[in-house]
Design a protein around this ligand. Structure first.
Ligand code: SAM
Length: 197
């Protein structure tokens, strides 16, 4: 089943129904903020909408029209201004924005793509991020299961570190203390900046 079909049929078992507590904590502590943020594979957009509290413009990107429609409904429900969160239906691997982003936030996107595309994911992170930008990866699911079982495919902090290592270094890589129900003990937070910073 394609991503678009999954959205059309309402088969979205990955949807936590709420913002990720680890992201909300970063926002509440004043750790994040700036001009432009990108959320690839944004799904319903809970996290994109949360980021709109501290970024002037958040782009939620998703292949599936159903996801973009859902995020737009949520945006209206939550009273978030249209110019703060923009849904774009596009393929992350082909997306050509007008400007790079100050933040790229990945949650349950890397674990969803085919394993053979992970190097391309890392290259895109580099291409789409501003020189002094930051990547935040909420790494999930950190579980022990066969590598070819998914999506979601098993993730680990080391896997993400290795993917980003050529251009980026971790300024934080730690296990998350609070997660949405059912995800406890399976999430790590990574914050990455360019090596020359
Ligand atoms: C597992 S879901 C996660 C959604 C959201 N991040 C969440 O936490 O609920 C993965 C999402 O990525 C989207 N997606 C998959 N491949 C994509 C691609 N190449 N470019 C953009 N979006 C993609 C799917 O349509 C789906 O909404």
């Amino acid at each position: 089943m394609s991503w678009s079909e999954a959205w059309e049929e309402g088969r979205t078992p990955w949807d936590a129904g709420a913002e990720a507590p680890a992201l909300v904590e970063l926002i509440d502590e004043g750790e994040l903020g700036g001009s432009r943020a990108l959320v690839p594979g944004c799904g319903s957009g809970y996290d994109a909408l949360a980021l709109a509290r501290v970024f002037e413009e958040v782009v939620g990107l998703d292949l599936a029209a159903g996801a973009i429609d859902r995020m737009e409904r949520l945006r209206v429900e939550r009273g978030v201004a249209a110019d703060r969160v923009r849904g774009i239906r596009a393929d992350f691997f082909e997306f050509e924005p007008e400007e790079p982003f100050d933040l790229i936030y990945d949650y349950t996107f890397l674990c969803a793509i085919e394993r053979g595309r992970r190097e391309a994911w890392a290259r895109r992170m580099d291409e789409l991020l501003a020189e002094d930008g930051e990547i935040v990866t909420l790494i999930f699911p950190v579980v022990d299961k066969p590598a070819d079982e998914g999506p979601p495919y098993a993730m680990s902090p080391e896997l993400v570190r290795n993917l980003l290592a050529r251009e980026f270094r971790a300024v934080e890589l730690s296990e998350v203390e609070e997660s949405n129900e059912g995800r406890e003990g399976m999430e790590w937070l990574g914050r990455w900046v360019r090596r020359d910073r």
